[in-house]
Design a protein around this ligand. Structure first.
Ligand SMILES: Cc1cc2nc3c(=O)[nH]c(=O)nc-3n(C[C@H](O)[C@H](O)[C@H](O)COP(=O)(O)OP(=O)(O)OC[C@H]3O[C@@H](n4cnc5c(N)ncnc54)[C@H](O)[C@@H]3O)c2cc1C
Length: 401
């Protein structure tokens, strides 16, 4: 098909999945990735049922399913009281063919998508290429790209900004990133200690006013996998302090066996925001993933909603470019994905964080009781899972006209 390519700024998981979804339909696509290779640090690592369903429409779906760990039960715990409630995704097996969270490091999805893209003559992934600016008119977007110190122009039919939280595409388009940044940062580390031996399922959230935590098993190099744990750290704590062996050990000893020394092969610190771009479309510019919205990781929704953007946008861009359908479809993309991010992803992740960190003992006891009640009533249990597994947000998006 003879059209200027769609250029994707950013070869993270969202940009690469968007590119693959376009390439598989026959759209010409070029991915610009500033880094020399796919980063392998431990970031998001859980895929909810609708995300697995979407990814399974691509050629990489079955491969991803083989790489991941299927986690069908997850827990809400209290640091002092232990298990509060356990949720079973098998309860919504009538609503999805994928009644589990698929746990897998995001860089493995990126690599699969990158390898698949190499099989398409209509797709190119350019590492070490940074999108530095663009201009657009009615016909096309002219993207300025720097590589090896040389800047040149590339023509695109559309430019997708999938270039992460600091998106140069969003900034150049002058699109406001509305919301706030949490004062505390998150310490993320991983241990090879098998938390199953202490009664944990592959995904658990621990409530505590100061030391709440989120736990996700990741496949790593094979069973039993590696447990990735996120903790809050206070604004006055330095990276040096929180990344030290003593500090990390004290954090993990605080909720596991106090006398044991744990193997900690990975640790990092990151800042967390709740922000949504004021528009996901400006003419021929479209935002997706972290460039369009960011949230805290409690509920594992950030990357998932980015993949939902990628798939939604690829479907609409394909119809515009290959079927000559109206570009108003791209405004529908904005309405569907932006609204559901605000109504579901932002609302749920903020509520999750408040629930885990609640200080008032009475409110905490009340919330724990609510969780027990939900888990023990099959109808409430199912209704709760429909929201937390993001099925409702995807269905709601599909209803928006
Ligand atoms: C340390 C850390 C831990 C995290 N943990 C969790 C978690 O536990 N749970 C969760 O849900 N989410 C987590 N996240 C967020 C999650 O990783 C993101 O939601 C996800 O990576 C979004 O994917 P993306 O492709 O939109 O953006 P990114 O993964 O940020 O990818 C953007 C890509 O664009 C490239 N790029 C940037 N600027 C340019 C440019 N100008 N030109 C070309 N390329 C460019 C970058 O190099 C990068 O590869 C974490 C993030 C971090 C940083």
């Amino acid at each position: 098909m003879n059209h200027n390519p769609v250029i994707v700024s950013g070869g993270g998981p969202v940009g690469l999945v968007a590119a693959l979804a376009l390439a598989e339909k026959g759209v010409n696509v070029v991915v610009l990735e500033a880094c020399a290779e796919i980063p392998t640090d431990l970031r998001a690592g859980t895929f909810h049922p609708p995300t697995v369903e979407m990814l399974d429409t691509l050629s990489i779906g079955q491969e991803l399913l083989k790489l991941g760990i299927k986690v069908s039960e997850w827990q809400v715990r209290d640091r002092k009281q232990g298990l509060i409630a356990q949720f079973d995704l098998g309860m919504i097996a009538g609503e999805t063919s994928y009644p589990f969270r698929l746990h897998c490091e995001q860089h493995k999805l990126s690599r699969l998508a990158y390898q698949a893209l190499q099989r398409f003559p209509n797709a190119r992934v350019l590492f070490g290429h940074e999108c530095v600016s663009f201009t657009q008119d009615e016909e096309c977007v002219t993207v300025q790209v720097t590589s090896d110190g040389v800047t040149r122009n590339m023509q695109a039919s559309y430019l997708i900004g999938a270039d992460g939280v600091r998106s140069i595409v969003r900034k150049t388009a002058n699109i406001e990133f509305e919301g706030f940044t949490w004062p505390e940062r998150f310490l993320v580390f991983a241990t090879t200690f098998d938390l199953k031996s202490c009664g944990f399922t592959g995904n658990a959230y621990i409530a505590d006013p100061d030391e709440w935590a989120a736990i996700f098993v990741q496949p790593h190099n094979g069973p039993p996998g590696i447990y990735r744990i996120a903790f809050p750290i206070q604004p006055d704590q330095t990276d040096e302090e929180v990344l030290s062996d003593d500090y990390v050990q004290s954090r993990i000893q605080g909720f596991l066996l106090p006398d044991q020394t744990y193997d900690i092969p990975y640790r990092s610190v990151y800042r967390v925001h709740q922000r949504v771009a004021k528009n996901f479309r400006s003419g021929r510019i479209l935002l997706a993933g972290d460039a369009a919205h960011v949230n805290n990781p409690l509920g594992g929704m950030g990357l998932n909603s980015g993949i939902h953007d990628a798939m939604n946008l690829a479907e609409k861009l394909t119809r515009v470019l290959l079927n000559n359908e109206s570009t108003t479809l791209l405004d529908l993309y904005d309405r569907q994905r932006r609204l559901t991010n605000i109504e579901y992803v932002q609302a749920i992740t903020i509520r999750n964080k408040k629930m885990l960190e609640e200080r008032d003992p009475e409110i905490r006891a009340q919330r724990s009781q609510e969780m027990r009640d939900i888990a023990s009533d099959p109808e409430k249990h199912r209704a709760f899972l429909m929201n937390s597994s993001m099925i409702n947000s995807v269905r709601r998006a599909a209803q928006i006209q």
